[in-house]
Write a protein that binds this ligand. Sequence first.
Ligand SMILES: Cc1cc2nc3c(=O)[nH]c(=O)nc-3n(C[C@H](O)[C@H](O)[C@H](O)COP(=O)(O)OP(=O)(O)OC[C@H]3O[C@@H](n4cnc5c(N)ncnc54)[C@H](O)[C@@H]3O)c2cc1C
Length: 306
Amino acid sequence: MKMLLIAEYRQGQLLDSYTELQAFAEMMGAQSAMFLTASGTGELPKFPGKLYLAEVAEFGEYNPEVHKQLLLEVVAKEQPEMIVFCHSSYGWDLAPRLAVSLKAAQISEVVAVEDGALVAPACNGKLRRTLKSKGKITIVTLQAGAFSLAEPAADTPTVIPITGDSQGKVRLLSYEKAEQGGVDLAKAEVIVSAGRGVGKPENIALVAGLAKALGGEYGASRPVVDALWVEHNRQVGTTGLTVSPKLYVACGISGAVQHLAGMKKSDFVVAINTDKDAPIGDVADVFAVADLKQLLPVLTEKLQAL
Ligand SMILES: Cc1cc2nc3c(=O)[nH]c(=O)nc-3n(C[C@H](O)[C@H](O)[C@H](O)COP(=O)(O)OP(=O)(O)OC[C@H]3O[C@@H](n4cnc5c(N)ncnc54)[C@H](O)[C@@H]3O)c2cc1C
């Protein structure tokens, strides 16, 4: 299978999410080329194949309208069967535009590959669908953190500069940082997070208590935030924050891919869960199979006594 991988560049930096695209291509046994809008004098992906490079100064950093035109030219040359984006704001914007222009099938938010078929969540992540495209060309977006390279390549790509006079009606003027009130979890060295397993809002105090005893902050998974038990600026995951504390304690969190994407770079992970088979165990350094309502008060008391 021939694939075209769409790497990303933001605020003057190459995003390392391109390695997730490579990992997916490897898993699918595909022969791939890559597309990137960036500065040719800056860092380029470590990629062993062809890199179609559009100069950012000419074509803009975030300009889906213009980038779609450039991509159509690359697609005409490469004739890929699959075009793969990250499930990011850039991918959300650009992938469907391209799918419409190419009359291609689109499969969004892929989290796994099973027997050559693509697995994507449904019903707000409560179900998983296994999908096979019947289209001649398929556009795919990959959930952040779902694929990772076992061994990042050290290769340099064969750069093919893209030229042209693609013009769009929209121009990116600037980026604006989302307003962030109160706590800044990204700076915390210790984070204790509450998942749906806390059961009721009153139990958030157990998680906050342990966080305080450890000199850290408390966070939460998305269902806990959606239930308004914890404010959104404490949500960890793809639609919340990406954190990398020295210690992350996941209390009553199953370990969905969208949560893992936000915390798996933590130095040390402790998971407390009643289900010994919960997927959070795959990233945990210590896994306590226990009821958080029983364990947290004891743990907090012991720490306070130190
Ligand atoms: C587009 C999209 C974006 C998303 N973004 C995010 C995101 O940013 N962050 C995020 O977290 N999720 C996100 N999700 C949701 C994600 O798919 C999961 O649904 C969510 O992470 C599950 O949260 P949870 O682990 O708290 O709950 P559950 O999956 O319900 O897990 C609860 C866990 O608690 C355990 N448990 C139950 N009782 C106890 C107890 N007494 N003691 C100890 N353990 C107990 C259970 O065994 C279970 O493992 C997103 C989903 C979609 C579709």
